[in-house]
Design a protein around this ligand. Structure first.
Ligand SMILES: *Cc1c(COP(=O)(O)O)cnc(C)c1O
Length: 453
């Protein structure tokens, strides 16, 4: 095992996040208020989110937005993260491709999620908020926010998707260690949860439902805000520290990526790595290819509809213009819990619609095969989510081999899989299957969505 690592020093932690919307010729359509059907204004979001996050959500003009010093201070615990040339993986694939990965798994909670959790918790604290709520799928976001909430002295309630609550008890323990309250969703503690339990007593939960519950609690609790870990523009913004660092590190390596790959749940780690590189295409006529790797069981960018849809199951959030499988879509219980989300976020969806990024969908077994090869070559056990990016990278590297040409591939290792070993166990005992959604399923759950004009 031999790796080339590109390391930055603490002064290189970015001082500003990159807001790609400012550089987009075609901006995303506005979010729509679910009741008035008017475009959302920042004030409409203030009751739900912090004011700073709401303003960032709608900012279409500032290409760079300053990172507050207390946020940078906390980033110092693990940032800048390493960029690694995966030479052992290259050799195993016998490919002329150069493969690099940005290692976001080195954060204290093991994923990229902390980049936005810290920023959002900080803004809530600044604005005098005392309580925050959120949802979590696989538990990565909940773990990150628990750490950030404790640091800034906020009380946190996390609605955790029932199937993960049961499959991933250690993520729950991590959240509790940081002092958060964790509730299995659907729960009887909210109207949205009670309704779905009454209608479907055996429902295993979804991110959409957990979001409904967290939003409902935030709206009915004084001095409480809701904090979201993906999908929204301000979350994508905070994650751009990944790509901004990687840009400098690729420069150190003396190469520019031809292809940038990341797995795709709601789009935050993809956006975080991709947007600073996409800037080269938008501003300098570069021709970098971007690939979002999503699960075949939840293929919103590859097979969803570009429509207005709710971000949550119950329909409490604003209508978001995005590629979606419909907010009533229930993904199969794959182990990449963080990718089980029905929609794709406004910015990424617009970029996809305009042909500026590509997407692939990958069956579950291929992701575990890729994960195992990565662990055995590069020494890091990847999260099942990140394994989608690895699988897509391997496809590109093998294509380069067939074509007999060098290609520089950069992917994001969004997290490690050390708390996901149950999933690996099931893979090794041939207990995992591929799930593919049928066209009929998609037609059913996307029927009746609001047209984007
Ligand atoms: C949450 C998560 C994802 C998916 O979320 P995005 O917002 O699409 O990035 C991917 N990888 C890991 C490790 C995660 O925790």
């Amino acid at each position: 095992m031999q790796t080339k690592k590109f390391l930055l020093s603490e002064q290189d932690i970015p001082r500003a996040w990159y807001n790609v919307v400012a550089d987009m010729a075609v901006k995303p359509h506005p979010m729509i208020h679910p009741v008035t059907h008017e475009p959302i204004k920042a004030e409409d979001l203030y009751p739900l989110f912090s004011k700073a996050a709401s303003d960032q959500e709608l900012n279409t003009t500032d290409a760079f937005i300053e990172i507050p010093e207390p946020v940078r201070e906390l980033y110092r615990i693990w940032r800048p993260t390493p960029l690694v040339r995966a030479e052992a993986l290259e050799r195993a694939l016998d490919t002329p491709a150069h493969i690099y990965f940005k290692n976001e798994s080195v954060s204290p909670v093991g994923s990229h999620k902390l980049n936005s959790a810290i920023a959002q918790a900080y803004y809530c604290k600044q604005e005098g908020v005392t309580n925050i709520t959120t949802e979590t799928g696989a538990g990565q976001w909940g773990a990150a926010l628990s750490m950030a909430a404790k640091h800034f002295g906020l009380e946190l309630a996390v609605y955790m998707v029932k199937v993960s609550y049961e499959q991933k008890p250690y993520r729950r323990s991590i959240m509790q260690t940081y002092g958060a309250e964790v509730i299995s969703s659907p729960s009887m503690s909210t109207k949205a949860g009670r309704k779905i339990i009454t209608d479907h007593p055996n429902y295993s939960g979804s991110l959409g439902t957990a979001i409904s519950e967290a939003v409902e609690l935030a709206m009915s609790t004084p001095n409480c805000k809701y904090v979201l870990g993906s999908v929204l523009n301000h979350v994508a913004l905070h994650q751009t520290v990944i790509g901004l660092e990687a840009e400098k590190q690729m420069e150190m390596a003396g190469e520019m990526p031809d292809v940038v790959v990341a797995c795709f749940g709601g789009g935050s780690n993809f956006s975080g790595l991709a947007f600073p590189f996409l800037r080269h295409n938008l501003k300098n006529g570069a021709n970098i290819q971007f690939i979002a790797a999503e699960p075949a069981s939840c293929p919103k960018l590859t097979r969803g509809e570009f429509q207005y849809d709710f971000g949550d199951e119950a329909g409490y959030t604003p209508l978001i213009p995005m590629y979606t499988l419909g907010h009533k879509f229930t993904p199969a219980n794959i182990h990449a819990g963080g990718l089980r989300y029905h929609g794709g976020g406004a910015i990424v969806s617009q970029l996809r619609h305009d042909g500026l990024i590509d997407a692939v969908d990958i069956p579950q077994l291929e992701t575990f095969e890729a994960a195992t090869l990565f662990a055995r070559t590069e020494g890091i056990i990847p999260a099942p989510e990140s394994s989608h990016a690895i699988a897509a990278t391997i496809r590109e590297a093998l294509k380069a081999r067939e074509e007999g040409r060098k290609k520089v591939i950069l992917f994001n290792l969004s997290g490690h899989g050390l708390i996901d070993m149950t999933a690996y166990d099931r893979y090794f005992s041939n207990d995992l299957t591929n799930y593919r959604v049928t066209d009929e399923d998609i037609a059913r759950t996307t029927a009746g969505l609001e047209q984007i004009l």
